[in-house]
Write a protein that binds this ligand. Sequence first.
Ligand SMILES: Cc1cc2nc3c(=O)[nH]c(=O)nc-3n(C[C@H](O)[C@H](O)[C@H](O)COP(=O)(O)OP(=O)(O)OC[C@H]3O[C@@H](n4cnc5c(N)ncnc54)[C@H](O)[C@@H]3O)c2cc1C
Length: 384
Amino acid sequence: MKNNATAVIIGGGVIGAAVAYELATRGMKDIILLEKSTLFSGATARCGAGVRQQWGTEMNLRLSIGSVKRYETLSEELDYKHGIEFSQSGYFMPAYTEKQIEQFQKNLELQRKFGLDVHFLKPNECRSVVPIVSLDGLLGATYYDKDGYLSPFHTTAAYAEAAKRKGVDIELYTEVIGFDVNDQKITRVQTNKGYIDCDYVVNAAGGWSQEIAKMAGVSLPLVSERHQILITEPIEPLFRPMVMSFYHGFYTQQEPNGAIIMGVGDPNEPKGYNMEHSFHFLHNVTKLVTQVLPAVGKARVLRQWSGLYNLSPDRTPILGTPSEINNMYLTVGFSGHGFMIAPMVATLTAQMITNEELLIPEVETKLDIGRFQRGELFVEPSVV
Ligand SMILES: Cc1cc2nc3c(=O)[nH]c(=O)nc-3n(C[C@H](O)[C@H](O)[C@H](O)COP(=O)(O)OP(=O)(O)OC[C@H]3O[C@@H](n4cnc5c(N)ncnc54)[C@H](O)[C@@H]3O)c2cc1C
């Protein structure tokens, strides 16, 4: 391993790999990406892979629309022969209360201002999109056919391979264990395999990002929380879009081979790093999903697993540098939607580091860490 770098990126998930690519694309030399295990061994490979643009704030609309635009041509841009498997098979979001209907209508107005042709479906129209949806209690739904999903494995591999071709060193099984700090700057990254002197550090360590920050004396308002997910054996095609119910808290999707994935959060989940999985989850998610999509009940569960959400107080990412250390760039706190906005987050982070004009200048005042001290929490109405 080299002992000198311009930038050290910590974390080999989709965010770290994408930041490495974006920095290298801007001509930066001597970039080293450090991953304590294998590429995408964190939340990235464990995620639901969903990509939606149906958000209720301008910021999240900009982040997700910009990312989808990139995802549409990313295989070609990164010259990735396997393809990243981006399928725009839609997101269907059912509503069960008048309050949800009101919120969805508001979101839809904003989404249309951004050029998204999102549809509001009355209950009797919902089966034209999801033929197996139960009409019990259903008051309507929004549907956007340009939302979808893509492979987290291929996407991360595509970014990482393109970054490598541009000269980035990727060091696997290399764990960051500390920093040397001088005059509010990290001067040296300490790892289990030696040290690296550097100018910039990117903290893209997902569920462990608060631990990384702590090593530099920075206290981030982040916690990590287990989220579980399962996949069934393949069955005949039943539905195509991702079905995401804010009311029940679940998301589910049938993959092209017929397997169905589903996940739900647990309001009583203790914060921490537990990645075991539980019978309680299996019982709960199958009960909720079959209330809305009864035909899914015939599928047999194949496997379940879990990963970490990294949560900020407002469930919205933190980007930029903390006041204590001015060369540690944070790309943290993505909750359950870091994969879908990775291209924009990586671009913005690279723009910050290289002092370019930001594609979304408001990021500096709305997604900065200072917002928590100022009491200006970011309120996104459509987040699970
Ligand atoms: C069950 C589940 C479902 C989800 N569904 C979706 C979804 O449908 N759509 C969506 O957009 N998002 C979803 N997410 C969220 C998404 O997975 C994350 O926001 C995203 O993958 C974060 O990427 P990352 O690169 O920041 O983190 P990670 O992928 O977690 O990568 C961080 C990496 O840092 C490494 N690391 C940690 N500490 C160190 C260290 N000391 N030294 C070196 N390396 C270190 C880790 O090993 C890890 O590989 C889901 C998450 C979960 C858990």
